[in-house]
Write a protein that binds this ligand. Sequence first.
Ligand SMILES: [Zn+2]
Length: 178
Amino acid sequence: MDIDKFICCPYCASTALTKEPAHMACTTCGRHIYDNQAAAAGVVLRLPDNRVVLAKRARNPHKGKHDFPGGFVDRGENLEQAAVREIREELGLSIAQKDLRYICSGSFIYPFAGNTTYGTDAHFMADITHEEVESIRVRDDVAAVVSINPHDITREMVSYESTWRVILRIREIMKQKC
Ligand SMILES: [Zn+2]
């Protein structure tokens, strides 16, 4: 929400504000606004040969870089619902909530249209078939997808540090299973 940039109270327009990092209080109407982290969910779609699906970003921030398909949690959703919805919206794929396995979470900064959103993302893993990958039709903010071995992904290819941490984590997970 970037409340550091607010110049007046969004409820009563008073400029009598007290500001702390991620917290603002209006001394006129008494309201408090907390700039809490926005929740996001991403999914590592894993093929039987251990390759994973990376999505190339069609828009800024980080246009042209890769991350895992996913996005912000809508109001009223839980993380799994958001993950399933984003996979459907971005790739046209249906996955089930029960097939999502939690991997790890991270923190990221998302600058967009002059605003800065501070986010926390949770990543899940879900197994898919080669046929399902073939059926992917990208849309929304995904330009293309690539199926790639996690060990062949470089830091330069990916957008966020939180995405890179997921890749390091799934390399560990795959090592444990060998
Ligand atoms: Zn106010």
